[in-house]
Design a binder for this molecule. Structure first.
Ligand SMILES: [Zn+2]
Ligand SMILES: [Zn+2]
Length: 338
């Protein structure tokens, strides 16, 4: 059974989950070359647990589109090798000076396509819209559980980004506690709001539009830019233009424009960096706090082209070897993005 443990000195929580070590891996020693081009993989793999015909290997889907199991184009299923589970007790307990809790939570895999070698950057836009609708549905449903404090939506692409299977998928993990990176950032945004009386992210969007040197793309509802203080090369952040703290509040029109700018951003990265491994995640308020004024949700894409080394790991401060302005320029001008 997994469990949460809190560091007594810093207050940061971790999840100790030894069972995760048993999960299957698609990627062998030469994985990087293997994942360079999705088109080199077959459309169907008989050994893949996410391909059609392997549905019996997962528990019942929590979300399926279309809503007919046999003809599904997208499914969300419980993660078999999850770090957290709703079967574990949520109660917290103290032992000596240490605080811990059972590994309560939910962990799901969103299988984004029937096709084993499909790619989020290249698939039909209507399918990406379905992925965003599924994110929203599962996000809001998980928050209906009173124990859940934070729902994390993320995607690992390629071995160096932590993906263990080739089949296109994202992950959704709901946890009992707010992870340290999330709560620290929201605390900082709250302080800025208390000082200036405005959402600091709304200000950033306005200032970036005035500066115009780090913007990659805009549409009616979203803006994609390389952050002023990017931690790594080609870091790309997508903000809704409408102030909103909660990803689950995204409306029908915004789902379409978010899918469009996300796919276009991924395609730019695919073209400019030759299909790199990457992670992306959605950063949103930990718990429903309707109308929160101080936080503004966003999605961050981190291409894996620079490894964290001792300095970064030891200090939490990153050394970036490229200027975000140059990265934004290359991503913005790539001609094959649309
Ligand atoms: Zn597959
Ligand atoms: Zn805002």
């Amino acid at each position: 059974m997994s469990e949460y443990r809190q560091c007594t000195a810093t207050g940061n929580w971790v999840i100790i989950a030894p069972e995760r070590g048993d999960r299957p891996l698609d990627f062998g020693e030469t994985a990087h070359e293997v994942v360079v081009s999705a088109s080199r993989h077959p459309e169907y793999s008989p050994v893949c647990p996410f391909c059609p015909g392997a549905e019996h290997q997962s528990e019942r889907a929590s979300y399926c589109w279309p809503d007919t199991e046999g003809a599904w184009q997208l499914r969300v299923v419980p993660n078999k090798f999850a770090a957290v589970s709703s079967a574990y007790p949520p109660e917290r307990s103290h032992k000596e000076m240490h605080l811990k809790a059972g590994g309560y939570g939910m962990a799901e895999v969103l299988i984004e396509s029937r096709q084993h070698n499909e790619h989020l950057a290249l698939m039909p836009l209507s399918q990406v819209e379905q992925v965003i609708r599924a994110y929203k549905s599962r996000y809001n449903t998980m928050f209906d559980d009173g124990h859940i404090q934070c729902v994390s939506i993320f995607r690992n692409y390629g071995k160096s980004a932590g993906a263990s299977l080739v089949h296109p998928h994202s992950q959704i993990i709901a946890t009992l506690v707010a992870p340290p990176g999330v709560s620290e950032q929201i605390h900082y945004a709250k302080r800025a709001f208390d000082t200036f009386g405005r959402c600091v992210y709304c200000d950033v969007i306005e200032l970036e539009q005035q500066a115009g040197v780090r913007i990659v793309e805009e549409n009616s509802d979203f803006i994609a830019l390389c952050p002023f203080a990017s931690r790594s090369p080609y870091e790309l952040q997508i903000f809704p233009k409408r102030h909103s703290a909660i990803f689950g509040d995204i409306n029908v029109q915004e789902v379409k424009s978010f899918a469009a700018i996300l796919q276009s951003s991924l395609r730019r990265i695919y073209e400019v960096l030759d299909n790199p491994d990457y992670n992306f995640f959605i950063r949103t308020m930990p718990k429903h706090d309707g109308g929160a004024s101080h936080f503004h949700w966003y999605l961050l894409i981190l291409p894996k082209i620079q490894c964290s080394a001792g300095f970064e790991l030891g200090t939490g401060m990153y050394i970036n070897t490229t200027r975000p302005e140059d990265c934004a320029y290359s991503l913005a001008v790539t001609s094959r993005a649309s």
